[in-house]
Design a protein around this ligand. Structure first.
Ligand code: F6R
Length: 260
């Protein structure tokens, strides 16, 4: 696990975009893992800029979303499928059919989750997984108490997560109670986990995930278990880390032979 602290979310987005650009330009069949929410917004903007202005192509890429609400009508503007279409598929040259998410409107949700997990494996696995972190330590929609080896499955949202996400809906009542989410085991299989966080509101969760015990009580602590995890933080999100000086020292003295 490497923790990198940069001044602003635009800086962390640029570094994350460098990692994704390297994947896209070196692998003939790259597979991305996409997160939703506010955190990846600057990264998707930077990837869009590189696509439009610097010719970075996504035409050969495929992508899998982390999660989806259950119970929203198909096409609901806050369904994660609609958000990813607006923020990613409509802006980049990635073929629409190459971006897939778990279908929260499926009749048989358990069968849908098994199919989704299979589809990720059939694609050869996710090369670079983008993730945020919830203020309660969730990653994807793996809420506190999630099994560390879990695969894609339905989950019940924690009250705090519903409260946090109420800003996207007209009222708290409209926030779905259930979701489908990649599991912690699914995320653990990805080739490279990029966890991004910005703002002081995430500082506690980040400190627990990065420096606390590996525990289902803080699902994002699986960054400690991942073979290749990069945690990209702005100053606010990094403000409660105790090893901050060491992380800065590693970054300042990074040898050229050590890839991100
Ligand atoms: C979204 C997701 C969630 C968010 C998390 C942080 O696909 O999986 O785990 O990353 O809730 O959300 P924001 O970025 O809105 O603070």
């Amino acid at each position: 696990m490497e923790v990198i602290v940069l001044p602003t979310p635009a800086d962390t987005a640029a570094l994350a975009a460098d990692i994704i650009e390297r994947l896209l330009t070196t692998k003939p069949d790259p597979v991305l893992g996409l997160a939703t929410g506010s955190t990846p917004g600057p990264l998707y903007e930077e990837l869009t800029r590189r696509n439009k202005e610097a010719g970075l192509s996504f035409a050969h890429a495929r992508a899998f979303m982390l999660d989806e609400y259950v119970g929203l009508p198909v096409g609901h503007p806050e369904s994660y499928a609609a958000v990813i279409q607006r923020e990613v598929t409509d802006r980049l040259d990635i073929p629409a059919g190459a971006v897939r998410g778990p279908n929260g409107a499926a009749e048989d949700l358990l069968a849908e989750c098994a199919l989704y997990e299979r589809a990720i494996l059939d694609a050869g696995g996710i090369d670079v997984q983008i993730a945020g972190i919830g203020s309660n330590g969730h990653i994807a929609f793996n809420e506190p108490g999630s099994a560390l080896t879990s695969l894609t499955r339905p989950k019940t949202l924690n009250a705090r997560t519903r409260q946090d996400n109420a800003r996207f809906f007209a009222s708290l009542d409209e926030v779905p109670k259930h979701v489908l989410t990649q599991g912690l085991g699914t995320i653990g299989r990805s080739g490279h986990l990029l966890m991004l966080a910005s703002g002081e509101g995430k500082a506690d969760a980040v400190a627990k995930a990065v420096e606390g015990p590996l525990s289902a009580a803080c699902p994002a602590s699986i960054v400690q278990l991942h073979r290749h995890a990069t945690v990209l933080l702005d100053e606010g999100a990094a403000s409660r880390l105790t090893l901050r000086e060491y992380y800065d020292d590693i970054w300042a003295n990074r040898p050229a032979w050590q890839p991100l």
